[in-house]
Design a protein around this ligand. Structure first.
Ligand code: HPA
Length: 276
């Protein structure tokens, strides 16, 4: 069996009796957004460090556990904290949790992250609906022998972010007077922030926001047939667009400040998914 798939199945087998229900939505909480879990009706949790061979986040602000619970009446599995490529894990490990949530039964993947805004229309604290992404700066998690059990060798990527889910998020934002920007997100490897010269290049490529996650997860989820949507919390203006030096602390503080509106947007959107 393919080594990556073997690890996934081993992982799934070792936790399957700790999955309390079949989740509909898998929600990944980005930097500073992990407190969202206080808002859901928690049924159980599963710390990553209790799962054998599971990648564990080393980043401050990323707790590192699955939470199973209900957002109103929708069963969800939340990743409170994710692992990043820059932590030194192979990219196949970075996407292992995403694939695991698919095996748990989740058909929708709701990705969130913190990003640096490049689009001149964006300010710190804005939310950006991810309408497409650019993966060229991060390794592709599908490189290597294809896992036929999950998906095809050459997956189509022309509609990664599901238009119906996007429309649900747009509607919720508009009904709740939440300003929702839209744009293209690019994942860089990190962990260093970008230089102003890099940001100028990315702007000329049509990139609206940059971060260090999400795209590899979206590629893996698209490969295994999940419906995907994503919201980025623009936590700072990207390098060179302000005089301030960038810091992880600033990113976390901005995400915390945006948290109440973020909670509303995410909760109501999840309840809207699947409604006509
Ligand atoms: N660059 C990359 N990743 C980020 C940023 C940034 O400016 N802000 C939050 N995550």
């Amino acid at each position: 069996m393919n080594e990556v798939y073997e690890k996934l199945i081993k992982c799934y087998d070792s936790i399957k009796n700790r999955i309390p229900f079949k989740p509909e939505v898998a929600l990944v909480l980005g930097s500073g957004l992990g407190d969202y879990c206080n808002d859901i009706n928690v049924v159980s949790n599963l710390p990553y460090n209790e799962i054998e061979d599971f990648p564990v986040s080393t980043v401050p602000g990323h707790k590192g556990q699955f939470i199973f619970g209900y957002v109103k009446d929708v069963p969800v599995v939340c990743m409170q904290g994710r692992v990043h490529y820059y932590e030194g894990y192979p990219v196949t490990d970075v996407v292992l949790p995403t694939r695991l949530m698919k095996l748990m039964g989740a058909s929708i993947l709701f990705l969130t992250n913190a990003s640096g805004g490049i689009n001149s229309d964006f300010g710190a604290g804005d939310f950006m609906l991810i309408t497409d992404h650019i993966s060229s700066f991060a390794p592709n998690p599908l490189v290597g022998q294809n896992i036929e059990e999950l998906g095809t060798r050459f997956p189509d990527m022309s509609k990664v972010y599901d238009e119906e889910l996007n429309n649900a998020i747009r509607e919720v934002a508009s009904e709740n007077n939440i300003v929702l920007k839209e744009g293209i997100y690019a994942q860089l490897t990190g962990p260093s922030f970008e230089t102003p010269a890099e940001i100028r290049v990315f702007a000329s490529m049509g990139i609206d926001a940059v971060g260090m996650s999400t795209v590899v997860e979206a590629i893996a989820a698209n490969h295994c047939g999940m419906r995907i949507c994503g919201i980025s919390c623009v936590c700072n203006l990207a390098a060179g667009l302000t005089d301030n030096p960038l810091s992880h602390e600033e990113v976390q503080a901005a995400a915390k400040e945006a948290a109440p509106l973020f909670k509303k947007l995410v909760t109501e959107s999840i309840c809207h998914f699947g409604k006509p």
